[in-house]
Design a protein around this ligand. Structure first.
Ligand code: IPE
Ligand code: IPE
Ligand code: MG
Length: 248
């Protein structure tokens, strides 16, 4: 597609990011991996600001996977401390900027202190509409699908749902991202080309973008390049190119 034919306003409504590469960023500097996680917070701030400026409605960030508990105890502990401090430090400003924060994942294994902070941040910002930020913590895509299935099965067992009428929209309504637009653009930083159990249901028709940039090095320029790449793509959803052009 010629650059001049790219519509200027082709901005994703929903951007999802696997923020990967913190550990390698630190190791390259001969620093502990936790230093990389700390630096990664600056990239989170820059990303939230970028999304607000570009008019992206929803940002979903993978902060801690259900598999990350298997990391060395010291690293997991440092990440938990970081989450606590980040919540204490950032929520005021996010709230002032009209950002709504939500947490998706199984929050049960987190400390009561951390759970309470997450809940408070979510409640306090619940009315904000400038940007929704979903933070995925102890999240796994398969877990989310099983949870949705469990919820729906329980409703069917109570006689409140007829399984024969369940469709994709109904299933989506039982997931963590119910009511939010589908993921348009899925970015993974840090060079790996895999999904790592993130948003399995929601990436069905997302555009995938992989960059070698390590997460702490991500800034508006890196994100701008991803958005430009997204804007140049043709999303066909099974149609032919001619059909898409005729409809557009
Ligand atoms: C992503 O960075 C952050 C978390 C998983 C919490 P990594 O810590 O996975 O960094 P690399 O991939 O080891 O460089
Ligand atoms: C995915 O990164 C999880 C987060 C970024 C929070 P990982 O670094 O844990 O993924 P793998 O292990 O390389 O697949
Ligand atoms: Mg990694």
């Amino acid at each position: 597609m010629a650059t001049d034919s790219i519509p200027v306003l082709r901005v994703p409504r929903h951007l999802a990011i696997i923020m990967d590469g913190n550990g390698r960023w630190a190791e390259r500097r001969r620093r502990p991996r936790s230093f990389g996680h700390r630096e990664g917070q600056k990239a989170v701030r820059a990303t939230v600001e970028f999304c607000r400026r570009r008019g992206i409605g929803v940002l979903t960030l993978f902060a801690f996977s259900s598999e990350n508990w298997k990391r060395p105890e010291g690293e997991v502990g440092a990440l938990m401390q970081l989450f606590l401090h980040a919540l204490d430090r950032e929520v005021d400003e996010l709230h002032a900027n009209g950002v709504r924060i939500r947490f998706i994942g199984d929050l049960a294994p987190f400390s009561p202190e951390l759970r309470q902070r997450m809940q408070r941040a979510a409640e306090r910002t619940a009315g904000n509409e400038a940007l929704v930020v979903n933070v995925a913590v102890n999240y796994g895509g398969r877990w989310e699908i099983v949870e949705a299935a469990r919820t729906l099965a329980a409703a069917a067992a109570r006689g409140e749902l007829d399984p024969a009428t369940l469709d994709e929209a109904g299933f989506a309504d039982a997931t963590c991202l119910a009511g939010q637009p589908p993921v348009d653009l899925f970015i993974r930083t840090g060079g790996e080309r895999r999904i790592s159990n993130f948003l399995l249901w929601h990436v069905a028709y997302a555009e995938l973008y992989f960059t070698d940039t390590l997460w702490p090095d991500v800034d508006a320029e890196v994100l701008g390049a991803a958005l430009a790449d997204y804007a140049s793509r043709e999303r066909r959803y099974g149609l032919t190119s001619a059909q898409v052009r005729a409809a557009g």
